[in-house]
Design a binder for this molecule. Sequence first.
Ligand code: CP
Ligand code: NVA
Length: 300
Amino acid sequence: MATRHFLSLLDLTPAELRQLIDRAIELKAMQQRHEVHEPLKNRVLAMIFEKSSTRTRVSFEAGMTQLGGSALFLSPRDTQLGRGEPIEDSARVLSKMVDGVMIRTFEHSKVETFAAHSDIPVINALTDFNHPCQLLADMQAYHEVRGSIQGKTVTWIGDGNNMCHSYINAARQWDFELRIACPDGYEPDADLVAKNSDRVSMVRNPKEAVAGAHLVATDVWASMGQEEEAADRMKVFAPYQVSRQLLDLASPEVLFMHCLPAHRGEEVSHDVLDDSRSVVWEEAGNRLHAQKALLEFLLA
Ligand code: CP
Ligand code: NVA
């Protein structure tokens, strides 16, 4: 059987994704009961990080340990990848030594190249193009608090970035309507929007975009690698801050999510992360459980 990878939400079927979320909820309950569950005994996950991380690194590493295996942190600073060893060669070599590879990098083509030369599952832990692991946690959080997201309205506010792209794929896989409000010139990938135009729409005005929404999500205005654009972006994105007042225009049932790290006073007002409608801490915690379900699915 061909090796399965997780480079995008589209690599799993909607049914597989639903199963994964159900499993994540079960694994979370097992964890809370301190039940030992070690289906990945002696398995090793290599984690290649070319960008910083708190949640992703800790959740994958803790997740592998809890499942009975272990994880290796590999930084480009001290591996040959950082000195120009081809990705193809690194993929072939790691395939001989470990059971799975998780990669956080810049160009999406790097994870695709790695996967194309890998005999073991490759997990995309964020590229400039998308962040599918985060969406597993987000969808788990929505399900836990409100039930099925099918047919609901979700609003993405801010940058048309990697997270926004994963929300577009999620809209297709979980069958919800997605409204995207971003400033002129910061739209998501036009092809991706066009391919999903049956459920994805661009609504320039944030107030109109959140009207009646069941879920509002945002992210930083300058992503990793865009540090030099940060000052310019602060000005352009100022009207796109998510505040309590903005959430008041959404459905009374609205939930607020942010993949974190957040910049209070920029994309979020100082108080919104701690608003009763915000589920950002559950969302972050779910990275552990959703990825354990993913690791079990791909490696067990
Ligand atoms: N949300 C997320 O991926 O966080 P980290 O950058 O801390 O991994
Ligand atoms: N869009 C952000 C997400 C961080 C988890 C970034 O790429 O930096």
